[in-house]
Design a protein around this ligand. Structure first.
Ligand code: F0G
Length: 464
């Protein structure tokens, strides 16, 4: 067996060579999604199990990966391809389409830890990727496969970040790209990116789920490489932040990892990363992976609390537009990660998201609204006793704060939430909102006016 990987259907278990996938990446037999499997995977196909050449050496991986940090070669400078031993999906993994993605910071959030009542809280900030979101880690992998397969066109439906990322990587690869976005429902920063990077940008008068339906139809009629996260190669890149996080923690496995949930590929990918490392014996336990959704876009949460475990697609509504998704493609994969890692699903309100975002901002870190659901969710999980104070937790922040500045400005001006949403806040939350809001002031250009203001402020407490 010469192939380095196969695609395995998560529904019926059918295995096919990567190049034989249908254009919509759905199984020919049961219409479910595929996952990428290798000879060393837990789910390796029978024929691949006999393969002995080209297997990763689990004992050496940590050292090989650390060593590559000292190299300036393109594949080593990428925080995805540095881990290429566990994603051999290209003809030549040393020649990927890359923007030096990954290599994102892991921040301490001491004030947020205090608010959430945990001893220590970390944030892996995937918004610090080249196009400002975690999508870049999956785009480098899937775009490189598009080049390998010889496509001229690539396409995605998006709530804004996938399209920004795809447009950039298509430009790097010299491919034509077309993005489908819901008209009026994506943040300006993201819309501007796809235009800046030269994509054909099409706003459809529908929501994200409607954009997905149209594109699924289109790829069957025209040779376009689909770069939505139904494409299993996206998840191969998106699993690497799990490796990088562990490396940054000197291989201490966190107890809990909290991820926002939209189309549910990111949680699936991170879980795959952790579970693969455990299967290979690189780590001896996996963190509990919990998925948090906005109350108005919560199909996985509903599945989780439903005693019959039924997934019911819904009409989604939330100001966290990145996760305004009612029919998540990868829900089965994410559900399996939550179950296998013993994690949780939670939902959070618009008021809770706004407060959490302001709290992360006040740490000097910042993120876009969809990322803030993680912190809002963590506070809930701690209150419910599902996360203990002494458990080490990592939040996955998925997008940069500059992606959606309008949300931030509206919040600080007190124009974001409707009165009935604000009314849901507890007295303590009300006080936190009041302390965090920093609306810009318009003053006369006189030093004494500004000084008086600053003196008044000094009578209030410094943030701790
Ligand atoms: N956070 C951000 C900032 C996102 O852009 C997304 C998804 C998610 C979280 C949820 O990740 O879908 O893997 O569960 N954005 C997609 C897009 C759908 O089109 O940009 P998920």
């Amino acid at each position: 067996m010469s192939a380095t990987h196969h695609l395995r259907c998560i529904g019926c278990g059918a295995v096919i060579p990567g190049a034989e996938a249908r254009s919509d990446f759905r199984c020919l037999d049961c219409n479910e999604l595929y996952e990428v499997v290798y000879a060393w995977s837990e789910n390796a196909p029978e024929s691949a199990r006999k393969q002995t050449a080209g297997l990763p050496n689990p004992q050496a991986l940590r050292y090989v990966w650390a060593e590559r940090k000292n190299s300036n070669a393109a594949a080593d400078a990428s925080g995805v391809w540095r881990f290429r031993d566990l994603l051999p999906i290209l003809k030549d993994t040393k020649k990927p389409v890359t923007l030096q993605e990954g290599n994102t910071p892991l921040y301490e959030l001491p004030r947020c830890a205090k608010v959430a009542n945990v001893d220590r809280l970390l944030a892996k900030h995937q918004g610090m990727n080249p196009t400002g979101s975690f999508k870049d880690t999956g785009m480098t992998s899937a775009m490189s496969v598009a080049v390998d397969r010889g496509f001229e066109w690539v396409a995605c439906a998006s709530t804004g970040n996938t399209s920004a990322s795809m447009a950039a990587y298509a430009a790097r690869a010299g491919l034509r790209s077309v993005v489908f976005i819901p008209d009026g429902k994506i943040a300006w920063g993201k819309l501007s990116q796809s235009m800046d990077y030269g994509a054909l940008t099409i706003q459809l008068k529908t929501d994200f789920d409607g954009c997905v339906n149209l594109l699924t139809e289109l790829v069957k009629r025209f040779p376009i490489y689909l770069l939505n996260s139904v494409n299993p190669y996206r998840l191969e890149g998106q699993k690497t932040p799990a490796f990088e996080m562990l490396e940054q923690m000197d291989w201490q496995v966190p107890d809990q990892v909290v991820v926002p949930g939209g189309n549910l590929a990111n949680s699936s990918a991170l879980g795959k990363g952790f579970l693969e490392l455990k299967h290979l014996g690189v780590i001896n336990k996996v963190p509990k992976v919990s998925v948090i959704q906005a109350e108005g876009a919560n199909p996985l949460y509903r599945w989780y609390v439903d005693e019959n475990r039924v997934m019911a697609p819904m009409k989604a509504e939330t100001r966290a537009t990145a996760i305004r998704i009612g029919n998540p493609a990868s829900w089965r994969k994410a559900a399996s990660v939550v179950e296998r890692t013993d994690g949780w699903c939670e939902q959070v309100s618009e008021q809770e998201i706004a407060l959490a975002k302001a709290e992360i901002g006040a740490e000097g870190v910042g993120c876009e609204p969809a990322s803030a659901v993680t912190f809002a969710g963590l506070k809930k999980l701690v209150r419910l006793g599902k996360v203990r104070s002494d458990e080490l937790t990592v939040l996955l922040l998925t997008g940069h704060t500059l992606k959606d500045p309008q949300y931030t400005i509206d919040y600080h001006r007190g124009e974001l939430l409707r009165p009935e949403e604000t009314a849901q806040a507890s007295a303590q939350e009300m006080a936190q909102h009041a302390a965090l809001r920093k609306a810009p002031l318009v003053l006369e250009p006189r030093a004494d006016v500004v000084l008086r203001l600053m003196e008044d402020l000094m009578k209030t407490e410094m943030p701790v």
